[in-house]
Ligand binder design. Structure first.
Ligand SMILES: Nc1ncnc2c1ncn2[C@@H]1O[C@H](COP(=O)(O)OP(=O)(O)O)[C@@H](O)[C@H]1O
Ligand SMILES: Cc1cn([C@H]2C[C@H](O)[C@@H](COP(=O)(O)OP(=O)(O)O)O2)c(=O)[nH]c1=O
Length: 211
């Protein structure tokens, strides 16, 4: 039985998810931090295949299935056991990324991609999803400024693709207003960090009023 809290961070590339997640983690030492695709050995291996710049021949459905496979393994090996132990799990990306990137931006269809993911996740959905909203130009500019970050196959997509990713997220936001909370990610790191921490703390208090 799950009694932990599953929180996911979503948004276009360069929105600041990873930066804010690591700051939040410092304030919540009991939380387990992880990411997709990856987080455990088998899923990190799949991540390398998906994101390799060499794999330009990858079919969009293959890509969607590989993300779902990595998701399944990560969920079963790492997320589910942590939730069963009552932990707070903070995950950088989850199923909404597949719906926005593969379902909407790649054009496979949000419902189609949702259906293969239902097989992978068996109804294990986040309790809360924080969506970091940013203009794709601004997100990509942040990435370009940061020379240390690896450039992956999806970073090499054109601006139109990244604009569609954002549109995809907006559709998901309309579909799941209770679960997904939108945050304007164009502000300063400190500001976004505080807002994120407030959202998470209020969720944790709502679920466990004694906190
Ligand atoms: N609010 C912000 N303002 C300016 N730069 C930021 C902000 N948040 C993150 N960054 C920088 O932008 C780059 C991408 O951030 P990152 O956290 O990796 O984004 P994501 O995980 O969403 O792709 C990093 O160099 C990071 O330091
Ligand atoms: C989890 C997931 C990620 N992605 C993409 C989003 C990113 O471009 C890439 C993950 O690379 P990553 O370097 O982790 O990007 P970010 O720091 O922006 O989270 O994979 C999908 O297309 N579908 C998915 O289901």
């Amino acid at each position: 039985m799950k009694n932990g809290t599953f929180i996911t961070f979503e948004g276009p590339d360069g929105a600041g998810k990873t930066t804010i997640l690591s700051m939040v983690a410092e304030q919540l030492p009991m939380a387990m931090v992880t990411r997709e695709p990856g987080g455990i050995d088998i899923a990190e291996q799949i991540r390398r295949v998906i994101l390799s710049k060499e794999n330009t021949a990858m079919d969009p459905r293959t890509e969607a299935l590989l993300y779902a496979a990595a998701r399944r393994q990560h969920l079963i090996e790492k997320v589910k056991p942590a939730l069963e132990e009552g932990k707070v799990v903070l995950c950088d990306r989850f199923v909404d990324s597949s719906l926005a990137y593969q379902g909407y931006a790649r054009g496979l269809g949000i419902d189609e991609v949702w259906s293969i993911n239902q097989f992978a996740i068996e109804k294990m959905m986040p309790d809360l999803t924080i969506y970091f909203d940013i203009e794709p130009e601004a997100g990509l500019e942040r990435i370009n400024k940061n020379k240390g970050r690896e450039v992956n196959r999806l970073d090499l997509e054109n601006l139109e693709f990244h604009q569609k990713v954002r549109e995809g997220y907006h559709i998901l936001l309309d579909r799941s207003p209770g679960r997904i909370i939108k945050l304007d990610a164009s502000g300063t790191i400190e500001d976004i960090f505080q807002q994120t921490l407030d959202i998470i703390k209020s969720k944790l208090t709502e679920r466990k009023p004694s906190l």
